[in-house]
Design a protein around this ligand. Structure first.
Ligand SMILES: CC(C)(COP(=O)(O)OP(=O)(O)OC[C@H]1O[C@@H](n2cnc3c(N)ncnc32)[C@H](O)[C@@H]1OP(=O)(O)O)[C@@H](O)C(=O)NCCC(=O)NCCS
Length: 173
């Protein structure tokens, strides 16, 4: 997919992925900078217990975004203190768009769709980690779109990831 990307991908479709899409998700994940997506066990867990949205162009999976439920996810406050996401929670993860079709609105559409599909459960914490660089709170260049989108959607930064990338942890509200 080369040339005028925005024109070429004027049409894409979003669908909720099921077991029948595991092979396509695996193929997509091979290109991903997100290590979590590259784990087969984790992809199966996402399909089994979470919600995975996929973006398709001409029936080809070109992007995804995921959410998992009630994960006891650890993170650090800015002062370094370790916290764990309260349960019940929805943890947003695994947003990825193939580099060849980035900048055409697919990532933003996936982010929007995921927010509208959040199951409604009172008192539920909604959280997202933005991919970092290894330095606490610093955002990976490719993930800055995700940070801007979620700040604008009402998320606030509460700390940083306990994963080696140490990207910002955001909570809604
Ligand atoms: C983050 C990521 C999913 C965004 O996907 P994307 O499809 O490029 O996102 P979009 O196209 O919606 O947005 C990219 C830019 O294009 C702009 N855009 C939106 N619709 C557009 C359109 N129709 N035509 C042209 N540009 C458009 C957006 O406004 C955005 O601009 P901005 O950077 O000034 O905000 C993608 O970059 C990615 O996979 N990164 C690597 C993995 C990663 O870091 N994931 C996030 C982990 S937190």
């Amino acid at each position: 997919m080369n040339g005028n990307k925005a024109a070429q991908v004027s049409s894409f479709a979003l669908h909720c992925l099921g077991w029948q899409h595991l092979r396509e998700l695996a193929d997509l994940s091979e290109h991903s900078s997100l290590s979590s997506l590259r784990s087969r066990e984790h992809r199966e867990l996402l399909i089994r217990t979470g919600v995975v949205h996929g973006a398709f162009i001409d029936n080809m999976l070109v992007g995804c975004s995921c959410l998992v439920v009630d994960t006891p996810r650890a993170y650090h406050l800015p002062d370094g203190k370790t916290m764990v996401l309260p349960v019940p929670n929805f943890y947003l993860c695994g947003s990825f768009v193939l580099p060849s079709v980035r900048g055409c609105g697919i990532g933003t559409a996936l982010y929007h769709r995921r927010l509208t599909m959040l199951p409604s459960r009172a008192g539920t914490t909604v959280a997202i980690e933005i991919l970092g660089t290894g330095k606490p709170l610093e955002v990976d260049r490719d993930a800055s779109i995700g940070l801007r989108f979620h700040l604008a959607a009402g998320f606030r930064i509460v700390g940083f990831s306990a994963e080696p990338d140490h990207g910002p942890m955001l909570i809604l509200g």
